[in-house]
Design a protein around this ligand. Sequence first.
Ligand code: ISE
Length: 336
Amino acid sequence: MSESNDLRVAVLGVGAMGADHVARITSRISGARVVVVNDYLTEKADEVAAGIDDCRTVADPLDAIADAEVDAIVLATPGTTHEKQLLACLEHRKPVLCEKPLTTDVSTSLNIARREAELGRALIQVGFMRRFDEEYMQLKALLDAGELGRPLVMHCVHRNAAVPSYFDSTLIVKDSLVHEVDVTRFLFEEEIASVQIIAPSSNPVAPQGVVDPQIAILRTASGKHVDVELFVTTGVGYEVRTELVGERGSAMIGLDVGLVRTATPGIRGGRITPGFRERFGRAYDIEIQRWVDAVRSGINVDGPTAWDGYAAAAVCAAGVESLESGLPVDVQLADL
Ligand code: ISE
């Protein structure tokens, strides 16, 4: 660590999410500073670095990881590059907060989780930020306090106004549903045993061939039922709701009720949060602050682990298989 005792962080990938993390480390959280940035678009990296005191760009992500003046890494690069970069973090024993996905397929995710386990030292945290959201934390506390009795069913809605043009039907599972997969494992503390994806009539506005909306049905190992409406081309706003039904009542989060006003002619309403960066902004702040604190204290991980990243990948792989057949598919989980 530096003389000032701040954690010296390299942020790899400074597109939308990475640039957000640079801003929060620089101005919203304590105990860390960004000393290195990297992006395959070098002008973008230069532009971000120029806005931060004592920050430089490093052209090769693997050099940035190995850099002697870097204590820890935030990985916000495309998922396809994660495997190589995570292996380098493990090799150099550098703690890393890796934006989801851990890697883009199940076998490489398992390989990463196993390599970390062999080192006998936790180094990888996966960026499932919903675990740090105030409302999800309240839901978890309610559940853990037994206030709802035994949880039985969960209903979720996950709607995006729009998604990038490269989004296909499988990404709706691997990039969007993956959050409800992690939320299910987080809240219920058990594995998901099977997944079924049902395709209703597609939204005419969805790109040709993209199955949207999708209904996912998850069944946990003990038999709990979770259904998720995924709809990523609504054109409306960001809507993420979760209703948990237990033996002694239910609880709902994500109503997004801010100011409600009335206006002529006979209208009542408010604003819908536009996107996930706004909706989960505070959760990202808490996530990164807790990660920085964990790394500085030597624990390195305070949140979803490499195993959580692997388990989510395994559930999504079963989901992608079900997308083709429409039938429930069992999730195959290996041992570490
Ligand atoms: C995006 O990558 C996210 O992680 C968002 O939270 C999710 O709502 C969106 O569907 C994904 O594309």
